[in-house]
Ligand binder design. Structure first.
Ligand code: ATP
Ligand code: MG
Length: 445
């Protein structure tokens, strides 16, 4: 029996793993420019964190959660999203009292939703996102949206479509909900079963319905913009004008309401179509939330955040050719010549690693030709060839695998020799990959 991964999950390795790691590094580096720091809440939370957090009317909570009783009969859920968990963590640890406000937190990791797997939609997927908690104004919302766009620009995306809407404050939404209930009640017998439930729980959710006929009906529904309170409207236009002033293009999409219950005021999504025309779905979704921190037992603090879908960002970025040559390979591949040198070579390899260079060796006596092939497949910059004669003389043959030039180096000055050899390559590095050797060097200083 050969086991397959659980439906809707996938293994990350090789090129895709490199790509996802690179995307995560670029996103982290970008949000760190905005003074964000990482947080890592657990995958498991008590179910209530999500049912209260994301809200019981959301599709995520109603249909998509991996919820089970643990052996102590407690209902726990594997996170379908991070925001509720991050806010729970902020409240449990009283971060709002011990750290400066606003808190600026980012996260990255797997999330789980029981959905129908398809292109860009998995049951285990990865999100990178941010939460800014404890500030409440248009500039703060705008900064968050700009940061999401900036993160994607940093990856090299050029054509992004930013969709924005305001779903207003509680008062705006209350009167809007009434208007929607009235409108959809008249069409309810034509609509799907889910929408029958949605109208009862939260008629806003109907606007998210994926059934074509229901979407047709929703087109004629009242628009939130006609129900915004004066304060919400003012705030929305302030946000837009800040974004506009930075030259970032956007489109106001008055059907955008987002699927989670905690949102209020501004909400947004970022879309991009791959170079071959593939639509993986929204790359990013986010918005402002008013009542969530309080709902989860904390003080009355507002927040704003977004989440990127890493698999979708990867899909479009790869199609657009933004993820080339990510495997920088290793620095040295050490080739022992003859059984008798294996012990000494083993020690030399360890020494090279302790100097902070990446290094590999076959750990066995292999033919020279096949050892060179291994070195190439690991994209080694150099091969270091060591036989008994070299050991006797305290030297090694260093071969640059791109220029094919070879020279003898002095093993008693190993660090100096390797530093010298690798120097031209370090200058080429684009700085996104954290280089272990550089880290070791910094530590020494
Ligand atoms: P969608 O409308 O595509 O279902 P959503 O509104 O449910 O998205 P959010 O809860 O806002 O998604 O999550 C933020 C981002 O996470 C999405 O924009 C998307 O990129 C990604 N995402 C959400 N669900 C999945 C999934 N099942 N598989 C892969 N990525 C996902
Ligand atoms: Mg969804």
């Amino acid at each position: 029996m050969i086991y397959q991964p659980v439906k809707g999950t996938h293994d990350l390795f090789g090129e895709e793993m490199e790509g996802m790691r690179y995307i995560r590094d670029v996103f982290s580096a970008t949000v760190e420019l905005y003074s964000y720091r990482q947080i890592m809440p657990p995958v498991l939370e008590y179910t209530e964190v999500f049912s209260r957090g994301a809200g019981s009317s959301s599709d995520v909570v109603r249909k998509e959660m991996y919820t089970f009783l643990d052996k102590g009969d407690r209902s726990v859920t594997m996170r379908p999203e991070f925001t509720a968990g991050v806010v729970r963590s902020v409240v449990s640890n009283k971060l709002y009292a011990t750290e400066d406000l606003p808190l600026k937190l980012y996260y990255c990791g797997p999330a789980f939703r029981y959905e129908r797997p398809q292109l860009g939609r998995y049951r285990q997927f990865h999100q990178f996102g941010v939460e800014e908690i404890g500030a409440d104004n248009a500039r703060c919302d705008a900064e968050c949206i700009i940061m999401a766009m900036q993160s994607l620009y940093m990856l090299g995306f050029q054509k992004l479509s930013l969709k924005i809407n305001s779903i207003g404050d509680d008062d705006s939404r209350r009167s809007y909900r009434d208007a929607l209930t009235k409108y959809f009640s008249a069409h309810l017998d034509e609509m799907c079963d889910d929408c029958h439930e949605r109208i009862r729980l939260n008629p806003l959710r109907i606007l998210d319905c994926k059934v074509a006929h229901d979407q047709e009906i929703a087109k004629g529904a009242p628009k939130i913009k006609d129900y915004l309170s004066e304060a919400s409207e003012k705030r929305f236009y302030e946000t837009l004008s800040i974004i506009n002033d930075l030259g970032i293009e956007y489109e106001i999409d008055d059907s955008l309401v987002r699927g989670l219950d905690y949102y209020s005021e501004v909400v947004f999504e970022i879309h991009a179509i791959g170079a071959n025309g593939t639509d993986y779905g929204a790359l990013c979704g986010g918005g402002h939330y008013g009542g969530l921190v309080k709902e989860l037992g904390g003080p009355d603090l507002a927040g704003v955040g977004y989440a990127m879908g890493m698999e979708r960002v990867y899909g479009v970025a790869k199609e657009d050719g933004l993820l080339k040559d990510l495997d920088h390979g290793i620095d040295f591949y050490v080739i022992p010549v003859g059984e008798e040198v294996l012990d000494d070579v083993f020690n030399i390899v360890e020494e090279i690693r302790s100097l902070g260079f990446s290094c590999d060796t076959p750990l066995a006596n292999v033919k020279l030709g096949s050892a060179f092939k291994k070195a190439e497949r690991r994209h080694a910059k150099f091969a270091l060839i060591i036989g008994q004669d070299e050991l006797d003389r305290g030297v090694a043959q260093l071969k640059d695998l791109s220029t094919k030039t070879q020279k003898e180096i002095d093993l008693t000055k190993l660090e100096e020799e390797l530093d010298h050899a690798i120097a031209p390559y370090e200058e080429e590095d684009d700085g996104c990959h954290h280089d272990h050797h550089e880290a070791v060097e910094e530590k020494k200083e």
